[in-house]
Design a protein around this ligand. Structure first.
Ligand SMILES: *Cc1c(COP(=O)(O)O)cnc(C)c1O
Length: 226
């Protein structure tokens, strides 16, 4: 098992270009497996449930960068605010306000990504361009001192149609470029495009991804998918 995860990680890292951040998505996986990936040298892990993350965090080394990649409910922000390195899926001003408040309580600045709705599926969360633009133009956003918008995130449709996936990723890159131009021109912190999972990361990288979120390809399949 140990060799397996180390080998998968090594194989995986060897085939992605330098400069791409790999988030090893460890949701539903036990801490012993995360420790194996840690021992192989990996430091960035992603979880999508606040309580699961808050439980795992104290059982693992302190130099892990924990990314929160899932839909975050406002009443759960407090569990992860003291330590989370990046929140990938901010899709409302209300959520951002709560993150700002909890970050202030922890005396931190929490980097966040704005999640865009790029898939054709109805069920996925996320903003459209106008909503994001409105959020960024609001007085409330401008007054927030304890969050920093580091870029955008999106999930493509779950399909084998890679041309559709490519168009969706391209639209996210396009949103990124427009936001950069209109809201973050002089802000070097706004630089990340989080897109690409086990089944579509190659296309995501071709379309400009800077952060890929990989679970299955590193840890194997999950018993419950969520
Ligand atoms: C589970 C999950 C991933 C990883 O999915 P895999 O297909 O296992 O690589 C990436 N991003 C988000 C938001 C997820 O919930």
């Amino acid at each position: 098992m140990i060799m397996e995860i180390q080998e998968r990680l090594r194989n995986f890292l060897s085939q992605i270009p330098e400069g791409i951040t790999l988030v090893a998505v460890s949701k539903t996986k036990p801490v012993v497996l995360i420790k194996e990936a840690y021992d192989a040298g990996h430091r960035i892990f992603g979880e999508n449930k606040a309580q699961e993350l808050a439980e795992k965090k104290p059982q693992l080394p302190d130099d892990i960068e924990w990314h929160f990649i899932g839909h975050l409910q406002r009443n759960k922000v407090k569990y992860i605010a003291p330590f989370v390195s990046l929140i990938h899926a901010v899709d409302s001003l209300k959520l951002l306000k709560e993150i700002n408040k909890q970050a202030q309580n922890s005396n931190r600045i929490i980097p966040c990504l704005l999640q865009f709705h790029i898939a054709t599926e109805e069920t996925k969360f996320g903003l459209n361009y106008d909503e994001a633009s409105e959020l960024l133009a609001s007085e409330e956003y401008r007054s927030m001192k304890n969050i920093s918008i580091a870029g955008v995130m999106g999930m493509a449709t779950f399909t084998d149609d890679m041309e559709l996936v490519r168009r969706e990723f391209r639209s996210l890159k396009n949103y990124f470029d427009r936001l950069k131009e209109n809201h973050f021109r002089d802000d070097n912190a706004f630089k990340e495009i989080s897109m690409g999972m086990s089944n579509d990361y190659r296309v995501a990288i071709e379309e400009g991804s800077t952060i890929i979120r990989i679970g299955t390809k590193i840890f194997g399949s999950r018993e419950v998918t969520h």
